[in-house]
Design a protein around this ligand. Structure first.
Ligand code: B1M
Length: 222
């Protein structure tokens, strides 16, 4: 099992999407994140194990190499594509929650921010927890969130940010939503976000990971 997880992680780190992808040249003709993830599932490796032991550590390694200037944006983008190649196989498992919907959850990555892997993971897990997801995508400003709340009264809101610069835009969205719809519950997350920041901007809940958000929504309905 360890071998296949290591190989998946290697594919994500090096941006090897699938067998057909010519990048990186050293892995030409070999299986990529897509095929290996499918095989891992066939070998009955649990989807959460593939995520936690291969995909997330690989993306962390990519981030560290980017920080050290050993790789640049194109390589990061290839890594993200390889991660998505693996995620498409895991998605159905995370989404197979109870059929009856518990409520609506509007989610988006805040203005100026194009990172969506974490947001998509959170969406999948919450959807798996039985919620209907309204995914507004990336680079979402306060107006778009307000419009979505008006169209879906009573929905919960989830904001994701990956950059210290765009994290500030969370505050604008939280203020706009709380001013117009004071009862709306807002969850925040993303690598630079902290509990302290959540409290400071007046959001309702911070979670460092998707499961924390799922648990919060679960206990709120009790
Ligand atoms: Co970007 N990037 N990036 N990037 N990128 C980071 C975030 C960075 C930390 C890399 C680094 O320097 N080490 C750095 C940010 C530095 C900072 O602000 N502190 C950075 C930078 C600088 C940039 C650019 C500015 C680079 C440039 O152009 N010079 C640029 C900005 C573009 C923009 O957004 N305007 C940029 C671009 C990109 C790509 C497009 C190439 C690509 C994104 C592709 C995509 O998302 N479709 C990319 C990538 C892949 C990364 C790294 C390598 C990986 C991010 C990721 O997907 N992680 C990242 C380094 C890193 O994080 N290690 C980096 C995996 C994902 C599962 O984790 O998103 O944290 P994460 O989500 C977690 C939790 O945070 C949490 O749950 C998830 C699962 O555990 N979570 C929530 C997230 N949202 C939540 C919401 C919740 C609850 C939990 O409730 C609602």
């Amino acid at each position: 099992m360890d071998d296949i997880l290591k190989n998946i992680a290697r594919c994500v780190e090096t941006g090897k999407i699938d067998k057909a992808s010519p990048y990186p040249p050293a892995l030409k003709g070999q299986d990529g994140a897509d095929e290996l993830t499918r095989m891992a599932l066939e070998e009955k490796i649990r989807p959460d194990e593939i995520l936690e032991k291969a995909l997330i550590p690989a993306m962390e390694a990519v981030g560290e190499r980017f920080s050290r200037k050993e790789i640049y944006v194109p390589q990061m983008l290839m890594a993200a594509r390889a991660m998505n190649g693996a995620m498409k196989h895991l998605k159905p498992f995370f989404q197979s929650g109870e059929a009856k919907r518990k409520g609506k959850f509007i989610i988006g990555t805040v203005s100026g921010d194009l990172h969506d892997i974490g947001k998509n993971l959170v969406s999948m897990m919450i959807e798996g927890g039985g919620w209907e997801i309204i995914d507004l995508g990336v680079d979402v400003g306060p107006d778009k969130f307000l419009k979505a709340i008006e169209e879906n009264p009573g929905a919960f809101i989830g904001l994701s940010a990956l950059l210290t610069t765009t994290m500030e835009n969370m505050k604008k969205t939280v203020s706009a939503v709380k001013e117009k719809h004071p009862g709306t519950r807002i969850l925040v997350g993303g690598a630079p976000v902290t509990q302290e920041y959540c409290d400071r901007i007046g959001a309702d809940f911070y979670s460092p990971d998707p499961q924390g958000a799922v648990n919060y929504l679960k206990q709120i309905l009790v």
